[in-house]
Design a protein around this ligand. Sequence first.
Ligand SMILES: C[S@@+](CC[C@H](N)C(=O)[O-])C[C@H]1O[C@@H](n2cnc3c(N)ncnc32)[C@H](O)[C@@H]1O
Length: 234
Amino acid sequence: MDGIKSKDRVKEHGEVFTPDSIVNDMLDLVDKEVNKDNMWEYIDKTYLEPSCGNGNFLIRILDRKLEIVQKLPREQWELGLVRAVASIYGVDIQSDNVSESRNRMIELIKSGSVDILELKGKEKQGFHFEKFNLTIELENVLNFILNKNIQHGNCLTGNKCVGYQDETSEPMMFTEYVWNNENVTCIGHTLQDIEINTTEDKFNNNGKYVNYMDIRTLNFEYKDTYAEDEEYDF
Ligand SMILES: C[S@@+](CC[C@H](N)C(=O)[O-])C[C@H]1O[C@@H](n2cnc3c(N)ncnc32)[C@H](O)[C@@H]1O
């Protein structure tokens, strides 16, 4: 069955996955609003997929960012890769979807690009083509970020889930990464912070839609930084 895992899951969670061709068309529309000439701006652009399923949007967003990373000078690829991953956020209420999303993102980085799902067997249609050779240290950093950014939770309440889909009373924290050359500070936001700070600003002065998923302009409630043993030298 294309696009669904089971009828029960469709019934219980409305779980139907978006076909890749539609994901691509939608991201083309988003890309029209983004300046690809400013490569770091494109790489750092933040996205939050609040019901990410098994990651159909997340992998395509990442694939497009990695195309731009590979236009940077070689010595900046590693930092570009980390920043591309760090600016993509996802939430799903079902734990298997969360792990699949994380795994597919790592696999995408290693494999070079995404196949168009409906055109299996045909030429690759993705955006970045060179594989990233991950050292163990770099893979650990990416997994650390993916574990923070792709969360198991309920996007309606903003709370974390445990087990398969059991909601807790603990809020999910979305980590903002503030880059200062090659150093990073991590700042936590609740989903409520993000929503409160952005609903009024949905349209800017020109009547242009401002992506409500952009969390860079917020005031922060609390701040945490990488623990000593999680520091990484880029
Ligand atoms: C229609 S599917 C879309 C999946 C993905 N966005 C895509 O387009 O392929 C909806 C997803 O939302 C998840 N979901 C349903 N209720 C949710 C909630 N309250 N919080 C977070 N995720 C939820 C489901 O598990 C399912 O994976």
